[in-house]
Design a protein around this ligand. Structure first.
Ligand code: FAD
Length: 409
């Protein structure tokens, strides 16, 4: 497949998708002296999950591989704390009877993996966060002081600046619509728009419903030693281009920015309630989210506004803390979770010259540093430095070796 009018480029590794995972990989490859091209239909990332998340960072997981990825990333985030707005005010997770016994059972394993975490009684929760005054149904809580909140945009900008300094090339408004992975090289066939696309058009293209209009752009052919697919919720569509399936599903998740005249959560990090609502301080406001379990898989960015706020968010927050009686919805948005059947990310090699890292679901920001480093190691040396990361290989689905992450919302 060759287009005689196409512009041609040659790179060491071509990365498809410049969200937080692709950008972390670009930095990691740059550190290893590899010349990369980072390709995205929209480098500003308006539809990307990296733009639409809650900024939570935690090593509090129930699967060792998720703890390891977050711990390694947190250590890095601590080293650039001010630059990326990393605030380690902790994660408070409240459990009902059904889950508390399991949460307690996990503590020794979490501590063994170098993740300090406390168990709190309901009374200790009320003392630590006096705003929480309805503790009925709460059997206990965990508090992990090293977890916290991050500015995902600043983190992505940090990765990109490092990658750029190492010579990475950023190719904007380019949509990858075909891939040939040969024995000696991989080739990507892209359509590059002359002007930025409207969100609706970008959304249509990303689901591979539209290969681009040649009159409004030009064809671009990129050859590389290797290709990395870091296309987030759209990774299954990119994998289809090389005849591979992915079990990942895109699921809409909504966040609300709410105002309270009386409450500030400034002193706290993330608070997860047993009802599934989570919230944290966000500048002068509070950012709150909830993941309805019945939400169907779809590439939907519709924000349900007041209906979502009054139907799902507010009742749960008010049931836990009477100070939330008067909250006002300021704004909100929807973004995509990239959900695997076991709620854990996918990272590994898929063909001799093709690699993947995606589907980190609700943990892509917090695990991006370690994921980028792991995949860069695999591409450059053929091996994973941290053997635990092998658990993320796609082969686990066919082999029935799921890494089911229960502590996921
Ligand atoms: C509401 C919500 C809350 C969240 N909260 C948290 C949280 O608190 N903490 C946390 O760690 N994570 C959270 N997440 C998850 C996190 O945001 C994601 O896991 C992470 O951003 C995924 O990054 P990514 O780089 O894999 O994908 P994305 O950021 O989605 O980037 C993928 C990129 O690939 C590009 N692309 C796709 N296909 C093509 C193609 N064919 N050609 C060219 N470009 C292509 C897209 O344009 C896009 O820019 C949340 C997500 C949502 C939606």
């Amino acid at each position: 497949m060759t287009d005689s009018g196409a512009v041609r480029q040659r790179h060491g590794v071509a990365i498809i998708g410049a969200g937080v995972i692709g950008s972390a990989l670009a930095m990691a490859l740059g550190e290893r002296g590899v010349r990369v091209a980072l390709i995205d239909l929209d480098l500003s990332g308006r539809l990307s999950s990296s733009e639409r998340n809650a900024g939570g960072v935690r090593a509090t997981w129930w699967q060792p591989v998720n703890i390891a990825l977050s711990r390694e990333s947190i250590r890095y985030y601590e080293s650039i704390r001010a630059e990326i707005g990393f605030r380690q005010n902790g994660y408070l997770i409240l459990y009902d009877d059904a889950r508390w016994a399991e949460a307690l059972r996990m503590l020794p394993m979490q501590r063994d993996l170098d993740h300090p975490i406390e168990a709190l009684t309901p009374r200790a929760v009320a003392k630590r966060v006096p705003e929480i005054d309805h503790l009925d149904g709460i059997a206990g809580a965990t508090f992990s002081a090293g977890d916290g909140l991050i500015n995902a945009n600043l983190l992505k900008a940090h990765y990109r600046a490092k990658a750029r300094a190492a010579g990475a090339e950023f190719i904007d408004r380019a949509f990858v619509h075909a891939i040939e992975a040969g024995a000696s090289e991989a080739r990507l066939f892209c359509w590059r728009a002359d002007a930025p696309l409207a969100d609706a058009q970008a959304a249509r293209m990303l689901t591979q419903d539209d290969a681009g209009e040649p009159a409004l752009g030009r064809m671009l052919e990129i050859s590389a030693d290797a290709v990395a697919i870091t296309a987030g919720a759209w990774a299954p569509n990119v994998l289809k281009l090389i005849g591979l399936d992915s079990p990942t599903e895109a699921v809409r998740r909504q966040l609300c920015v709410v105002a309270s005249r009386t409450v500030t959560l400034e002193r706290y990090g993330m608070i997860f309630d047993s009802s599934g609502v989570y919230f944290h301080n966000d500048g002068p406001y509070i950012l709150a989210g909830y993941s309805p379990p019945e939400e169907p898989a779809a590439y939907s960015f519709r924000f349900d506004g007041e209906a979502f706020f009054t139907g799902e968010i507010w009742p749960r927050m008010y049931a836990r803390a009477s100070c939330f009686e008067r909250l006002r919805l300021i704004t909100g948005w929807a973004g995509l979770y990239e959900m695997t059947p076991d709620r854990t990310g996918i990272l590994g090699q898929v063909l001799p010259r093709v690699f993947e890292a995606h589907s980190f679901s609700a943990h892509g920001v917090m695990q991006s540093y370690a994921a980028g480093q792991a995949l860069a190691d695999l591409i450059v040396t053929g091996a994973l430095r941290n053997p635990e990361v092998r658990a993320l290989d796609r082969g686990r689905f066919a082999a029935g070796k799921l890494v089911y992450e229960e502590l996921h919302w």
